[in-house]
Each structure stands twice: as structure tokens, then as C-alpha cells.
Ligand binder design. Structure first.
Ligand SMILES: C[S@@+](CC[C@H](N)C(=O)[O-])C[C@H]1O[C@@H](n2cnc3c(N)ncnc32)[C@H](O)[C@@H]1O
Ligand SMILES: [Zn+2]
Length: 324
């Protein structure tokens, strides 16, 4: 994590007021890169770890670790300082071994490789892409959404559920700064690797929950939420986006409304019901997205001989009013 990123972060335990976090650097590389550290709240003393450069801003670290046991094990092996080892070990005693699981978006989980392929690793000698006669790239959806945005050179963009950061890094070319957040530690680690390989300096990533974010209200000029609706409570997601956007700022959504992929949400949406929910939640849908649903190809490779081919619906909207 770039040490300056701490200036964007608030403690999650004080919703009513902003409480910035102080950075205790345990292992820093030259160039202000904090590899290991703790972000500390001086009001409640809560400590958020930075592990292998990835800040983890979640309210309940025990349950976070509990849902990614293998990842937690890898931190214990990789950590560089005794302070971090002791911090992490403390949580081992608080885990119930029978409840420990492995999130499917972490390394070696079912969904890690498909997103890596879609965002970065696909090649045109792939048999399915060959069959499509090269006309459709797996990144088509992302390239269309970001490619059509005007170059602003100012403002702050946020990418929710950014996975390995393909769209976040594209946003960094259009805005003065782009932040990507995701609950998957492994995805954020990969995103940070891609960011440094591309030598991008106006972007940063952290692990956080889209519906409980460590940022100030009214902070962002643009928020993306691509293919996230099946994974979070849509009402809470829209409240969170509404809170963080500046007045009249833009939100962009994309979704295939496929509820077979994930554990079922209470609220299953389609193009029509999501548009209604958006309008009821303090957003105005742009005319083009209001008129008709869109059908933009989006491909995931889930195994050597198995692909998911979707048509995603893209909706652009702006924040227009106080939330309900
Ligand atoms: C279906 S993938 C979409 C990734 C990316 N936006 C894209 O379109 O390629 C959903 C991502 O959201 C993340 N995720 C799930 N629940 C989340 C939450 N509550 N907050 C933040 N990210 C979440 C997952 O780890 C996963 O990387
Ligand atoms: Zn606090």
C-alpha cells in the first residue's frame, strides 16, 4: 500500500463521524510502499492489517479469516515481522475450526482462475475465442464501458468488487485517481501486482466490503459496480453507493442477472426490477439505459472445456436526491 493511501481511510466503527487511521509501518520498501503494517484507530484502538502490501479494512476480522482459512495460513507463512505474526496468531485462538471455509474468489477457489482469464490471460488461440472468429474479446464489456467515458484528468473513481483490477486500472487513465475494492484478498493482491507492472501510480486497492466502506461520504465522482448484484444485498449496495457519490455524480452497473452462479440472494433482480429499484433509491437512469436493456457479451472460462457466455445489461445512472 502506498503510505499516502492511509489519508483516504476511516475506521469502520464510527459511522456517525470520520475517524482517520494512523499507519504503523512494520515493513516499508523505498518509494513509500508499505508491505506490512497496521492501520490503527486512536479512538477505539481497532487495528486493520496490511499484509503483503494489501490493506484489509473489514469490521469483523475473525469472520473474514474464518471464511478463507487457506489464505490465512499463507499469511502466517509469508509475514515478515514478528509483530505481524503475533497479530495474526491471536486470531487463530478465536477461530472455530469446524466453521473455517475457503472463499471461492480466493486463490485456488473456483472463481479465481475464471476472472484472471477474463481480465488478463485470455489469448486468441483459445478454442472458444477462435470459434467466435476473434470478434469478441472477453474484456469487451469492460472496454466498452470505460472506453466510452470521457477523459477527465481529475476526480476520484471507485470500482466496487473490482476483482483483479482490470477496470480500476483503466479508470486510472481517465480520472486523477482510481480506487478498487474487493473482498477477495488474492484478487486485490493480483490487482496490485498488475498495477505495479503497468507502473500506474494514481491507483490503489484494498480489501473492503462494498456495503461497509472506509471512505468519506460525498467523496467520489464515479462509482462502478460490475457484476456484483448477485453477491450483495442490492438495497444495501445502492445505499452505500448513494452515500459515497458526490451530488449528481455517476454510477455504472453491469449485470447478467444470473442467480444460478452464486448462493441465492433474497432479492433476485432483472433488467426491469433493477431499473425500478434504482429510481426508488435516489438515482436517475440516463436516457439511453432507460429506453432499453443492453446485451453486451461477457465471457468467463470456468474450466478447460467449459465457458460461461453472458449478455450483460449495462446501466448508467446519476445520483439525484437524498436517499429514501
Ligand atoms: C462476479 S465478480 C465480478 C468482478 C468484476 N467486477 C468483473 O466484472 O469482472 C464479483 C466480485 O465481487 C467480490 N465481492 C463479493 N462480495 C463482495 C462485497 N460484499 N464487497 C466487495 N466485493 C465483493 C468477489 O470477491 C468478486 O471478486
Ligand atoms: Zn475506531
Amino acid at each position: 500500500m502506498n503510505v499516502k493511501f492511509a489519508n483516504h481511510l476511516n475506521c469502520l466503527h464510527h459511522r456517525e463521524k470520520r475517524v482517520r487511521l494512523a499507519l504503523d509501518e512494520l515493513h516499508v520498501l523505498s518509494g513509500n510502499e508499505c508491505i506490512e503494517g497496521l492501520l490503527i484507530c486512536d479512538q477505539c484502538n481497532f487495528r486493520y492489517p496490511i499484509i503483503e502490501g494489501v490493506p484489509i479494512l473489514v469490521k469483523d476480522f475473525v469472520s473474514y479469516v474464518s471464511s478463507r482459512g487457506a489464505t490465512y495460513g499463507s499469511w502466517l507463512l509469508a509475514c515478515k515481522t514478528l509483530q505481524m505474526k503475533n497479530f495474526l496468531k491471536d486470531f487463530a485462538y478465536r477461530l472455530n475450526p469446524e466453521l473455517v471455509s475457503n472463499d471461492r474468489y480466493e486463490q485456488d477457489g473456483h472463481w479465481f482462475a475464471p476472472y484472471k482469464w477474463t481480465q488478463y490471460d485470455s489469448t486468441f488461440d483459445d478454442p472458444f475465442l477462435k470459434l467466435l472468429k476473434r470478434d469478441i474479446k472477453p474484456t469487451e464489456l469492460y472496454d466498452r464501458i470505460i472506453g466510452r467515458m470521457p477523459l477527465r484528468n481529475e476526480g476520484l473513481a471507485l470500482d466496487l468488487g473490482c476483482s483483479m483490477g482490470y477496470t480500476t486500472l483503466q479508470l486510472s487513465h481517465k480520472y486523477s485517481y482510481a480506487i478498487g475494492i474487493d473482498l477477495s484478498y488474492s484478487s486485490i493482491k493480483e490487482a496490485r501486482k498488475r498495477m505495479s507492472q503497468a507502473n500506474i501510480r494514481n491507483s490503489e486497492f484494498c480489501v473492503a466490503d462494498s456495503i461497509d466502506l472506509p471512505f468519506d461520504a460525498l467523496k467520489f465522482d464515479l462509482i462502478l459496480a460490475l457484476n456484483l448484484l448477485e453477491l450483495v444485498d442490492p438495497n444495501k449496495l445502492l445505499s452505500s453507493i448513494h452515500r459515497l457519490l458526490k451530488p449528481h455524480a455517476e454510477a455504472v452497473f453491469a449485470d447478467p442477472y444470473d442467480y444460478n452462479r452464486e448462493p441465492r440472494q433474497m432479492l433476485e433482480l432483472d433488467g426491469k426490477t433493477f431499473r425500478t429499484l434504482l429510481c426508488d433509491s435516489g438515482f436517475e437512469i440516463f436516457e439511453k439505459s432507460r429506453k432499453a436493456e443492453s446485451f453486451i457479451p461477457w465471457i468467463l472460462k470456468i474450466a478447460n472445456r467449459a465457458y460461461l457466455f453472458y449478455f450483460a445489461d449495462v446501466i448508467r445512472a446519476s445520483k439525484v436526491s437524498k436517499h429514501r
